[in-house]
Design a protein around this ligand. Structure first.
Ligand code: LLP
Length: 420
């Protein structure tokens, strides 16, 4: 298998992560619960960096994938920067000790308040996505008496061949500036006060499993950069994120092939290439532990009902995403049944798997939903007034609670009671 390896394995019939039996963690922290392998995250960072080799590069982890402070600290400790998309993410990154000069700010809808915060913090780059955004940033930087460093996000109109909700590089997507507009805009930018052009970038989508989209986008960037350097010096090319992982049925490229594909199209040795990987770094490092509550059969259809719902993990409902399930007791692998694995939320869309060959799970059984390190806990909600699960990080031989389970009191503590 290529890409980051799963940190899961059976030892004496019990499913373990980093040699720790997950049933013990389920007993200690309850279910549902997110468990992350710090070792797996560190291994993914190292393999990504090895893939880049000795080109001048900066890894800015796309923290939207998993922004727990202790997870961020693993990246900071390995000298990674962050790709942020909101003031909240800036706050988290700074709280985790990530230096502002390693932070890049993406997103189509930065507010003026967020621009001020990021300018005051002194971030490395604003990845700008429209002319209107540029003009706002120029005005705000002038008001603050400072200069905003800019990288223009190019929309290369490349098909990334992924789920439409996570495809971002087509001309019909809201992201980036059409590549045939870049040259003119770049020229106009040279006259705008308060901004300085430092780079260009792209991000064409997420969970990409073949390299063609990356190759085409990088080739378009190369042509652009060759034209743009005649107008202003460029220091950065931001190549976004998007490298896919194996959820159980995929065969993604490895980090070395991925980086080589992009870097060989961008032979600008003196420029820093900014990578923004998210899923690759954390996706396979996490599981969601859940317990089976009931089995039921409606007509001829079997449902296995567990205590994790779409509020805890929305990917199957939102993207028809596939996750593997590992029974915590290995013996459950012996018999398979066709069933839906569903949660307790009052929606028919509340499923983790539909019409799948699953283990013959019985009430009380524990299972691990695999590949739940990225876009999982961060997308959880309180729908149905369900407290969000805790997060546990395994590192240095111990299990640390890095976010506690929400309580019922947490559910209402932001609400303002009426005076009467
Ligand atoms: N850079 C930018 C500008 C992005 O928009 C994204 C992801 C990334 C980097 C990181 O991409 P990655 O390396 O993780 O593929 N919630 C969806 C994924 C949404 C991705 C959004 N942007 C999911 O659960 O599949």
């Amino acid at each position: 298998m290529r890409g980051p390896q799963t940190p899961l394995s059976y030892e004496n019939g019990r499913l373990c992560m980093q040699a720790m039996p997950l049933d013990e963690l389920a007993r200690e922290f309850g279910t549902p619960a997110y468990i992350y392998s710090g070792d797996a995250i560190e291994a993914a960072i190292d393999s990504f960096r090895r893939g880049i080799g000795n080109r001048k590069a900066l890894i800015c982890y796309a923290m939207k994938a998993n922004s727990n402070l202790e997870v961020l600290r693993l990246f900071r400790a390995r000298d990674c920067g962050m790709d942020i998309v909101s003031g909240g993410e800036l706050y988290r990154a700074l709280r985790a000790g990530v230096p502002a000069h390693r932070i890049v700010f993406s997103g189509v809808g930065k507010t003026e308040a967020e621009m001020v915060e990021a300018l005051q913090a002194g971030i490395l780059l604003f990845c700008c996505e429209s002319e209107a955004e540029l003009r706002t940033l120029s005005r705000i930087a002038c008001d603050l008496g400072t200069t905003a460093p800019i990288s223009l996000r190019v929309n290369p109109d490349v098909d990334a061949n992924t789920h439409p909700y996570i495809s971002t590089g087509l001309k019909d997507n809201k992201f980036g500036i059409p590549h045939n507009r870049i040259f003119d805009l770049f020229r106009e930018m040279q006259l705008m006060p308060g901004i300085i052009t430092k780079g260009v970038g792209f991000h064409i989508g997420s969970q990409l499993l073949d390299l063609e989209g990356f190759r085409s986008a990088a080739r378009i960037m190369r042509n652009l950069v060759e034209e743009l350097v005649a107008l202003a010096p460029l220091e950065y090319i931001d190549v976004g994120g998007g490298l896919g992982i194996n959820y159980g049925r995929e065969n993604p490229p490895d980090a070395g092939d991925y980086a080589h594909t992009i870097l060989s199209e961008l032979p600008f040795e003196d420029m820093t290439i900014v990578f923004e990987p998210g899923r690759y770094m954390v996706g396979n490092a996490g599981v969601l532990l859940t317990r089976v509550l009931y089995n039921k059969v409606n007509q001829s259809k079997r449902f296995i009902i567990c205590d994790a719902g779409m509020n805890d993990l929305i990917r199957p409902a939102l993207y028809q995403a596939y996750h593997d399930f590992w029974p915590l007791a290995e013996m459950r692998l012996e018999r398979l049944v066709r069933a839906d694995l569903v949660g307790p939320v009052c929606e028919s869309g509340d499923f983790l798997a539909r019409d799948r060959e699953l283990c013959d799970f019985q009430p009380g059984d524990l299972l691990a939903v695999a590949s739940a390190g990225a876009y999982s806990s961060v997308m959880a909600s309180n729908y149905n007034a369900r407290p969000r699960p805790p997060e546990v990080l395994l590192s240095e031989g111990r299990a640390r609670l890095v976010r506690r389970r929400e309580t019922y009191a947490d559910l209402i503590h932001l609400e303002v009671p009426s005076r009467d």
